[in-house]
Write a protein that binds this ligand. Structure first.
Ligand SMILES: *Cc1c(COP(=O)(O)O)cnc(C)c1O
Length: 370
């Protein structure tokens, strides 16, 4: 990328060159990533998302436990998928691809569309008809993806794109693409860079189980490099209606309002089991009601709006809080932004606006109850 080369060669400050000091995660973590000087970096300056203390959650856990959320909903397209996509698309471009394809519950398609279009490629996305949150569908369309809604669920769409990529000139950018996980592992680096060590627990929503695998890769790599002394227990949470890793068998008709993790047959199943075993972690199911309770708690008491799937990490922590060691440091990953899913938000927030008020001071004062 010409601009980053000129930054390296120029004595001028990054700001003088019209760039923020954060260069995007490929430049920030270049030595840890499979890129070379020949890789064309396609970036929207993703990564560097905040690690926010959540005292109202911590108070419910008790025992002097510190709890933070890694708010990855603040990435450029509103989910952690951007971390994987900057690398997957850069490598696809390096390999000369002109089109990418993915199956998606929504966030992968938004990220694939944004990065592919920025890299000058076509993006084909297969989504389950009727099960993609409105904001995500809007993103894929506006970014210019070619969106195909199939009469099936994510798992059906995924088996089609997987086969497609074997026989047609399109690069698969689902999380079975190894570059996706390489990019996503940088979130673990950022957590260690801020905390000075790995947390005791990492709580994370699990759908296809790419992200839990990526975080573990990141923590292990940093551990090997001496950047952290410990490794976290990896605590994965699935929605009760889509919990194959807990039941031990694929779920034919997964159901949950947390559509981003509505997956019955995780693409990274074996990897996820390996992570759980290596980290002495655990998979736990949380109900939609528990997810919604955590979702409302995060928004109304912490000021953090995430999408329902993301809230499963906090719902899970609260569910298994008795197992948290006293004084532990816990990070819950908030994978996506609440604005992605305005329908769920309005339907489940236990709050309503008051319509039809006369435009007078008296009427407003009266409604306010003064
Ligand atoms: C993709 C996604 C997940 C699930 O991540 P996996 O890597 O498939 O386990 C969770 N939450 C959100 C918001 C997502 O977009």
């Amino acid at each position: 990328m010409a601009s980053s080369l000129s930054v390296v060669n120029s004595p001028a400050s990054p700001h003088a060159l019209g760039r923020t000091s954060w260069p995007g995660l490929i430049e920030a973590y270049r030595p840890y990533l499979p890129v070379t000087a020949a890789t064309p970096v396609v970036t929207l300056l993703e990564g560097n998302t905040p690690l926010i203390p959540v005292p109202a959650v911590a108070q419910r856990v008790g025992k002097g436990v510190r709890v933070f959320v890694k708010y990855d909903g603040l990435n450029p397209t509103g989910s952690f998928k951007d971390r994987g996509m900057t690398l997957a698309i850069s490598k696809a471009k390096e390999a000369g691809a002109f089109a990418v394809i993915c199956a998606s519950t929504g966030n992968t398609s938004a990220a694939a569309a944004a990065y592919a279009r920025r890299g000058g490629m076509r993006a084909f996305v297969l989504i389950p008809d009727g099960y993609v949150a409105l904001g995500k569908l809007a993103q894929a369309l506006v970014y210019g993806a070619e969106v195909l809604a199939i009469k099936g669920n994510f798992d059906d769409a995924f088996s089609i794109v997987r086969e497609m990529a074997l026989s047609y000139p399109v690069t698969l950018v689902n999380s079975v693409n190894p570059y996706r996980l390489e990019g996503q592992k940088t979130s673990a680096f950022e957590i260690v860079d801020v905390l000075g060590d790995a947390p005791d627990w990492l709580c994370i929503p699990v759908g296809n189980a790419g992200n839990i695998t990526a975080y573990w890769m990141g923590f292990c790599q940093y551990h090997q490099e001496g950047k952290c002394d410990r490794l976290p227990r990896m605590m994965g949470f699935q929605a009760a209606g889509a919990a194959p890793l807990i039941s031990g068998k694929p779920v034919a008709n997964p159901e949950t309002l947390a559509t981003a993790i509505r997956i019955g047959n995780p693409a990274n199943w074996e990897k996820a089991i390996a992570v759980q075993q290596a980290s002495q972690g655990q998979f736990t199911a949380v109900t939609d009601d528990e997810i919604l309770e955590a979702y409302r708690l995060l928004a109304s008491e912490e000021g953090i709006f995430c999408e329902p799937a993301s809230a499963s990490s906090v719902a899970g922590l609260l569910k298994v809080k008795d197992q948290v060691p006293s004084g532990a440091t816990v990070v819950c990953v908030l994978t996506g932004n609440g604005l992605k899913d305005p329908d769920s938000a309005i339907k489940h927030c236990n709050n309503q606006f008051k319509p039809g008020i006369e435009p007078t001071l008296e009427a407003v004062v009266q409604m306010m109850g003064f």
